[in-house]
Design a protein around this ligand. Structure first.
Ligand code: ZN
Ligand code: ZN
Length: 92
């Protein structure tokens, strides 16, 4: 396995763990906010959930970013030990 293949595989694994944990990818997370009353996800362009509760002020992706390292240039979530973004090469 070359270093490049190794990097791609790691990146793919990270993506998969994100998908498994939340059931959807980062692009979807950018468009989802969580209801502060019932905890269900709702479309980020809405103000209220279908239950009538108020949606969180931050998207799911913004909340997720607070708990993980990410690339400041392209917003890719990265593993704790990487020095450069696997997507755009930006120094983390
Ligand atoms: Zn709700
Ligand atoms: Zn990047």
């Amino acid at each position: 396995m070359t270093i490049e293949e190794f990097r791609v595989t790691r990146n793919e694994n990270l993506r998969k763990s994100n998908m498994e944990r939340y059931g959807f990818g980062l692009n979807v997370m950018r468009n989802i906010r969580i209801c502060t009353s019932c905890g269900r996800p709702a479309s980020a362009d809405r103000i209220h959930c279908s239950c009538g509760g108020v949606l969180s002020g931050e998207t799911l992706f913004q909340q997720y970013k607070k708990r993980h390292r990410f690339c400041h240039r392209c917003d890719t979530i990265v593993a704790n030990d990487v020095k450069f973004c696997p997507e755009c090469g930006h120094r983390i």
